[in-house]
Design a protein around this ligand. Structure first.
Ligand code: APR
Length: 258
């Protein structure tokens, strides 16, 4: 029992105390974030319990090749995906986002590398966020590559303009990395360099199934790999810490320990 009288997982306490010590001693520490971080904000994950892919939507419908072959159908399905994933009153950061923002603010984390495209790290005031998979807050023209806020363009699409087009005549695409597309080069190389340099590499809320992001733990040199994920991942057996607990519990607890 801890002072609040609640049952405390002594294993979890031990792991968090050890990880906090490693973070305190680290010159460079980085977090790699996945959809599990936003689950508590009402945004469903892609895999795992109630995962979007397979249960409700087919990821092939959002592949780059589908966008090129059938942009109107791509946008129709994309609007359905947004309706399913985005809370109607808009998603807000949760305690895990704010804990990450504090760890960056306090200099414990040097950067947050995120696979999420929901913008909640920025909404929580997190500094130095590397958006590996882009952002659904923007759309980008597939011809002239100009970007603009997604809201007005989505409204035009909902009003029947499928696909929505750029004044240059090109077609707008959500400014996210589709299956079949490369990661943004600068973000990708920054993430790889940080992984290689990290003394602690903390994965939170990711199934670590989609490369190249999921291969970042393999780039860690002599650093410590810590994973906080409800389910097992392909690195769980080799991680120094494999914490099967809720990020909204673990990350704020780490802040308290640091
Ligand atoms: N605390 C900890 N882990 C959680 C929580 C939670 N509260 N809620 C869910 N999880 C875990 C799930 O068990 C799952 O393993 O988060 C993980 C989320 O995995 P995915 O849904 O696969 O998300 P992610 O790893 O970010 O996916 C990578 O796949 O479809 C693409 O582009 C998409 O960026 C995404 C990429």
């Amino acid at each position: 029992m801890d002072e609040s009288g609640s049952e405390v997982d002594t294993d979890l306490c031990g792991s968090l105390t050890g990880l906090a010590g490693d973070l305190r001693a680290a010159d460079t520490a980085v977090a790699l974030i996945g959809a599990g971080l936003s689950a508590a904000s009402g945004i469903p994950t892609f895999r795992g319990e109630d995962g979007v892919w397979g249960e409700v939507f087919d990821p092939a419908a959002f592949h780059r090749s589908r966008f090129e072959r059938d942009p109107a159908g791509f946008w129709r399905d994309r609007l359905d995906l947004y309706d399913h994933m985005e809370p109607t009153d808009g998603a807000e950061p949760n305690p895990a986002h704010y804990a990450l923002a504090e760890l960056v603010d306090d200099g414990v984390l040097d950067a947050v590398i995120t696979q999420n495209t929901d913008g909640l790290h920025s909404a929580a005031g997190t500094g130095n966020v590397i958006e590996l998979h882009g952002s659904n807050a923007r759309v980008v023209c597939d011809r002239c590559e100009s970007t603009r806020k997604a809201g007005p363009v989505r409204r035009r699409a909902r009003g029947g303009e499928l696909p929505p087009t750029c004044p240059c005549g090109g077609i707008y695409k959500p400014d996210v990395v589709l299956f079949g597309e490369l990661l943004p080069a600068v973000a990708h190389s920054r993430a790889e360099r940080l992984a290689a340099e990290s003394d602690v590499f903390l994965v939170a809320g990711s199934s670590l199934t989609v490369d190249p992001a999921a291969s970042l733990p393999a780039r860690i040199g002599t650093g410590t790999l810590a994973i906080c994920n409800l389910e097992r991942t392909r690195y769980s057996d080799t991680a120094a810490y494999d914490i099967r607990a809720d990020v909204t519990t673990v990350l704020p607890a780490l802040v308290r320990l640091l």
